[in-house]
Design a protein around this ligand. Structure first.
Ligand code: SR1
Ligand code: MG
Length: 402
């Protein structure tokens, strides 16, 4: 029987043995259950529970390929990256990240808090649930984790050491392909476009040379600018939530990149929830999402300035004009990156249920609206300053004023 000294992909039975052998709280447990509960694209996630005490943990293990497709051959180093990012984020944004008990380099797995009473935010949004504290929590998370890992706050040499620790070439390549390139070229023939929107997508994405110039600029900002330690995949499937509490999970795509990539992901995935709410005529929910998008931008800006004032060590940080320009460049990136995330979720292989759960003409129109909003976010990114500017574009597109 394998004793976990060499890597292998675990089954539920293996995970129970693993827990008994490696996790102190389970060593004397007589009745452990193990269940694979993952629904992400890359890894295997098990809940291990002591049926007598009710105590449970999550064990997340990386395989050598992505769970959704063997096309993606990936280093299991992503679990080391995730464990490191979770620990750092938890120090910077206490209470907003689950606790990691330990990381096992041999088995490429990590053991962490079970957030059993929380829901995956995307699933809850599909039920039109509203979360009044979300904007407050997510803006604390992004302001603290992004600015405090940047050169504005950190000693430049220490920051470079972190850049090195979080080199994440394979997961970055996934984003470079799926987010920044395939939606515009379909070079690997992996895109999945519904028949009714083929012509629309060809005109607005594949043949849109003016757009491609802007996308190229954003792609090169992503490839070449080590601004902050990003979560790297901050969509609503990476958020565990209750009415009162929010936990950010799954930072396996973490690396040093542009702050706007994380914030843009948050905004884009809220826009998907908004489009879904509109298609289902859920007025109260739609209004809440609009206010949440406004708050995400505006509260982030407020907290960014606060964190800057409290923690900046860069001598130029006292120059107010520099701070204003820096913050605006983050919002500009946010709009551009939100547009890119929206386009890729419509045409690429990694889709979102907010849109795919719509049927018939509702889905056709929702996809077109998303692409139209996305392209306006990209083209007009330098003009967007506040939350309301994002909403104005969304409403104009929906009202047919494109
Ligand atoms: C092959 S992975 C596809 C997508 O799932 C992850 O959550 C990332 O968003 C990635 O782009
Ligand atoms: Mg994930």
């Amino acid at each position: 029987m394998d004793n976990f000294h060499t890597y292998f992909l675990m089954t539920s039975e293996d995970v129970i043995r693993y827990a008994k052998e490696k996790i102190v709280m389970f060593i004397n447990s007589e009745k452990l259950s193990g269940e694979e509960i993952g629904d992400g694209n890359l890894n295997y996630v098990f809940r291990v529970k002591d049926e007598a005490t009710g105590k449970s943990v999550i064990i997340k293990q990386a395989g050598h390929t992505a769970r959704i497709s063997d096309d993606f051959v990936l280093s299991t180093d992503r679990i080391r990256i995730e464990a490191g990012a979770l620990q750092l984020e938890r120090a910077l944004a206490p209470g907003l990240v689950p606790r990691v008990y330990f990381f096992d380099e041999v088995m490429s797995c990590l053991v962490m808090d079970d957030l059993g009473s929380y829901k995956i935010m995307r699933a809850a949004l599909l039920e039109f649930e509203m979360f009044p504290e979300f904007a407050e929590h997510i803006t604390t998370f992004i302001a603290e984790t992004l600015l405090r890992t940047s050169d504005i706050v950190m000693d430049h040499k220490q920051k470079k050491a972190l850049v090195k620790d979080f080199i994440n070439p394979e997961l970055c390549e996934i984003s470079e392909d799926l987010v920044f390139t395939e939606p515009y070229f379909d070079q690997f023939k992996r895109n999945e476009v519904i028949e009714e929107n083929l012509e629309f997508v060809t005109e607005h994405l594949y043949d849109n040379e003016v757009l491609k110039e802007e996308v190229a600029l954003l792609k090169y900002a992503f490839l070449t600018n080590a601004q902050s330690l990003l979560h790297g995949d901050l969509h609503t499937g990476s958020v565990f939530i209750t009415k009162e509490d929010t936990k950010i999970i799954d930072p396996e795509f973490a690396f040093y990149g542009r702050m706007g990539y994380d914030i843009g992901n948050v905004v884009a995935n809220l826009v998907f929830a908004w489009v879904n709410g509109k298609a289902n005529q859920k007025t109260e929910f739609v209004n809440w999402v609009e206010q949440t998008i406004v708050d995400v931008i505006d509260l982030f800006k407020m907290k960014f300035v606060k964190v800057w004032k409290e923690y900046a060590t860069e001598l130029f940080a006292k120059n107010t004009a520099f701070q204003v320009d820096y913050l605006q460049s983050v919002i500009t990136d946010t709009a551009g990156m939100a547009g890119l995330e929206m386009n890729r979720r419509i045409v690429g292989l990694a889709k979102v249920k907010d849109i795919t759960s719509l049927t018939g003409q509702k889905r056709v129109q929702a996809e077109r609206d998303c692409i139209t909003i996305a392209n306006r976010f990209i083209f007009e990114r330098e003009l967007l300053e506040n939350g309301i500017d994002f909403i104005t574009i969304m409403k104009q597109v929906m009202e047919g004023n494109k």
